[in-house]
Design a protein around this ligand. Structure first.
Ligand code: ADP
Ligand code: MG
Length: 281
């Protein structure tokens, strides 16, 4: 080992460039054999280190954002939900709504992929370097209520207002007390026109009065949440039940197909087949 390579090694140790240190011998070997030029060797070491760090950053960010287990748009079978326009979802996944502090609503019956899509867009946002946080409405309200009891509500609202994208999943499954609705309203107000959100719900907006146990707060919530909004209505069958449709009671199946109003635009058109068109584009 020459004094120069020893010095490089020491420098990499001090710079905490573990991956570059690990690949140093291999890269130098390729350089000595003439497989790569000196400039390519530098590039290779830096690229190795960077990709390790980027992978680590994404892993940490996905966990802190609570986006595990991760979902992706590539693994979403659009042919199973013909009411859903793939291009529209892919446009949302370009993430411009985050910069515009808009609210994306995914509405539809259980199992139609609302959480999957919300998580997949969250994962794309993390990869793009945006800060993301995901929770259910019940978790969010519980955390705010606890913070209020402990006299640190303002701090908690600042926490939930901080992420560039806040995903609030499962609106409508559990009834919310009017105190809870009030706390959620304070958070929505704090984020209004400042930070983007993705909301998922199995209930139409007309039912939010029931969901939040208070028609006045529900109206005020919707006023803000629909001002700069993208509404994606998913119709159709549950992906969870796709192999067991024959075992599900008739009234459950009927309900699953009944909840969202039909999209007038698509009526009469045959479902599109997109089986050989899975990648992002
Ligand atoms: P929802 O939130 O609407 O109740 P989920 O997004 O949780 O439904 O979907 C239920 C399960 O089915 C998840 O594991 C999800 O990944 C999967 N899933 C739903 N729709 C699709 C789809 N079109 N393609 C692939 N997986 C899907
Ligand atoms: Mg869900």
């Amino acid at each position: 080992m020459t004094p120069v390579t020893e010095r490089i090694r020491q420098s990499l140790v001090h710079l905490h460039m573990a991956r570059a240190l690990e690949t140093l011998d291999q890269t130098l070997g390729r350089l000595e054999r003439g497989d790569i030029s000196a400039i390519e060797a530098i590039d290779e070491l830096l690229a190795e280190e960077l990709s390790l760090r980027e992978g680590r950053r994404i892993g940490v960010a996905l966990r802190t954002a609570r986006l595990m287990p991760i979902k992706t748009l590539e693994s979403f079978d659009f042919s199973f939900q013909p009411s859903l326009e793939r291009n529209r979802i892919m446009a949302i996944a370009q993430l411009e709504f985050i910069g515009r502090a808009e609210v994306v609503h995914f509405l539809g019956p259980p199992g139609t992929g609302k959480s999957h899509l919300a998580t997949a867009i969250g994962v794309a946002a993390v990869k793009a370097g945006r800060s993301v946080y995901r929770c259910t409405l019940a978790e969010l309200i519980e955390a705010l209520a606890r913070a209020e009891r402990e006299g640190r509500l303002a701090e908690k609202i600042r926490f939930y207002a901080r992420a560039a994208l806040l995903i609030v999943d499962e609106i409508g499954y559990l009834p919310i007390t009017s105190g809870g609705a009030n706390l959620f309203f304070q958070l929505v107000n704090a984020r209004y026109e400042k930070g983007s959100m993705i909301l998922t719900s199995n209930r139409g907006f007309a039912e939010w009065g029931d969901v939040f146990g208070d028609p006045v707060v529900a109206t005020a919530l919707l006023d803000r949440l629909l001002h700069h909004a993208i509404v994606v209505q998913i119709e159709g069958a549950s992906y969870r039940l796709r192999q067991h449709a024959d075992l599900v009671p008739e009234h459950t199946r009927a309900h699953a197909n009944l909840t969202p109003p039909p999209l007038p635009k698509r009526r009469g058109r045959p479902p599109r087949r997109e089986t050989d068109d899975q990648g992002p584009g």
